[in-house]
Design a protein. Structure first.
Ligand SMILES: Nc1ncnc2c1ncn2[C@@H]1O[C@H](COP(=O)(O)OP(=O)(O)OP(=O)(O)O)[C@@H](O)[C@H]1O
Length: 259
């Protein structure tokens, strides 16, 4: 059975200054799938993620979440639907892992009140899924880059949303931690049915971990959306990155030579 459309973006236009960064963009995001945005620097991936997170609003066009227009959602209600894991984050000095993960509960419990039993259970669950139980009392500032990234993911999990957005979740991580984080994201999707939308720069990782890819053409406002198999080909890659890239088959998947 086809997964339903959880987000619909219809003919949106967005500009910071004079020129439109996104122009007449139409995309649908399928529920419980992993969708990855792929494309050259400056093509508008982060901009689109911020529009999806309601951090910014399109100048024109419509966006719907579960069939309801974005503008009809209040802030708190929206924060219970979509969480975001940013590329770079800062945390207060001395904060513990479990307290930081607890921030994910703010849309549910408010800023002032204490954690309820349900809040504490969700925090514990998020720590467990992210393999952080043994580190929960540790100071966040003392963790490695890979462990820190898992804490941000746990915080998004504690927010208990249907959808999680990831802005380049593997940046600054070595290949071991990159794979660890991508496997965790895959598990959130497969085991916990989260709808995932992420930005990646590594084409091979995007092919391997995504159900759907949105490939942005460079210097045009066109995108290609579909399965990795249907989107990743010589012609589309050249129009996205303005480079000829060699493609191979490996274990039934496309692999791109990036040297
Ligand atoms: N706050 C801003 N004010 C003005 N222009 C901006 C702002 N943020 C981004 N832009 C411009 O919008 C365009 C799209 O930027 P965006 O960050 O969305 O691209 P991206 O695809 O995420 O790039 P990257 O892969 O480098 O992160 C770029 O031309 C960028 O310079």
């Amino acid at each position: 059975m086809e997964n339903k459309d959880i987000i619909q973006i219809k003919n949106i236009r967005f500009k910071y200054d004079k020129e439109y960064v996104l122009d007449d963009l139409t995309i649908t995001i399928k529920e419980k799938k992993i969708t990855t945005f792929l494309g050259a620097n400056g093509c508008g991936k982060t901009t689109l993620l911020y529009l999806l997170n309601k951090h910014m609003t399109p100048n024109e066009g419509e966006m719907y979440l579960n069939g309801q227009g974005y503008s009809e959602y209040g802030r708190k209600e929206f924060a219970k639907k979509i969480a975001i894991v940013h590329q770079q984050n800062t945390a207060p000095d001395d904060i513990s892992v479990e307290d930081l993960v607890g921030y994910g509960r703010i849309p549910h419990r408010g800023l002032q009140s204490n954690n309820s039993k349900e809040d504490l259970e969700k925090i514990e669950w998020a720590l467990q899924v992210s393999d952080l139980l043994s580190l929960k009392k540790r100071r966040f500032s003392e963790l490695s880059g890979g462990q820190k990234q898992r804490v941000w993911i746990a915080m998004a999990l504690a927010q208990d949303t249907e959808i999680i957005l990831f802005d380049e979740p593997t940046t600054y991580l070595d290949i071991h931690y990159q794979i660890e984080v991508l496997k965790l994201i895959k598990e959130l999707n497969k085991t916990y049915q989260k709808t995932i939308i992420m930005i990646l720069h590594d084409i091979n990782q995007a092919v391997h971990y995504s159900d759907e890819i949105v490939l942005f053409e460079k210097d045009s406002n066109k995108i290609h959306q579909g399965t990795p198999e249907s989107v990743i080909n010589d012609v589309n890659l050249e129009s996205a990155f303005q480079k000829k890239l060699a493609l191979f088959e490996h274990e039934g998947r496309k692999v791109v030579l990036t040297v």
